[in-house]
Design a protein around this ligand. Structure first.
Ligand SMILES: [Fe+2]
Ligand SMILES: [Fe+2]
Length: 209
């Protein structure tokens, strides 16, 4: 990000916590992939994904300007939602393409819990209303929509629903970049860990760029 995403956050505590997390986890954010086998599986993938989800979330807010949502919670949540992955995966490298999990928390805790835990530890250091603190943590713990994806509590705020969409959109579409290079018109192709293959358009006016 050439311009800090946290500049869009007005609440000084949320802004400071975001900046501290990006400073304290800088190396991990820059070196980890987002999700091996699914999306952004390359060095810097986690940072790229965090940036893209934040961009998507801001765009969604622009498309629905009358929702009355708190953009501070949305930008904070988008920038930090996958911070728990810094505990899940090894850095990207030749030695771990087939075995990228670090084994720390992936199976037993998962990144929603890990991220919520990280954020809660920072928030403990500030004077902050208890219920608002829970709402902030909800942005991280409930950024995955479904229980089988590791959500802690099903989403209960519009702000986290927007993060769900922004996140899912990026996770679904990013892996298509590499796949589409090799896919021919009319052929089916597999993207990330999507449950089925997709077809390419047969429209004769369709030109790939
Ligand atoms: Fe996630
Ligand atoms: Fe994500």
């Amino acid at each position: 990000m050439h311009k800090k995403g946290s500049n869009k956050i007005k609440n000084p505590i949320l802004k400071e916590v975001t900046n501290r997390i990006y400073k304290d986890y800088k190396e991990a954010i820059m070196n980890k992939p987002a999700t091996p086998g699914s999306h952004h599986f390359f060095k810097g993938g986690l940072l790229y994904h965090l940036y893209s989800v934040t961009r998507n979330a801001i765009k969604i807010c622009e498309l629905y300007p009358n929702l009355g949502v708190d953009t501070d919670l949305i930008v904070f949540g988008a920038l930090v939602h996958d911070i728990g992955k810094t505990k899940d995966f090894k850095d990207y490298g030749d030695d771990n393409k087939n075995n990228p999990k670090s084994g720390n928390s992936m199976d037993l805790l998962g990144h929603s819990y890990e991220g919520a835990h990280i954020v809660e530890n920072y928030l403990e250091q500030y004077e902050i209303d208890d219920q608002f603190k829970n709402q902030i943590i909800h942005m991280i713990g409930s950024h995955m929509k479904y229980s089988e994806w590791g959500v802690l509590v099903l989403p209960k705020m519009l702000e986290v629903i927007i993060i769900n969409y922004a996140d899912g959109m990026d996770a679904d579409l990013e892996p298509a970049h590499t796949i589409l290079k090799n896919a021919e018109k009319g052929k089916k192709y597999k993207i990330g860990n999507a449950p089925r293959e997709y077809y390419k358009s047969l429209n004769k006016y369709y030109e790939e760029n």
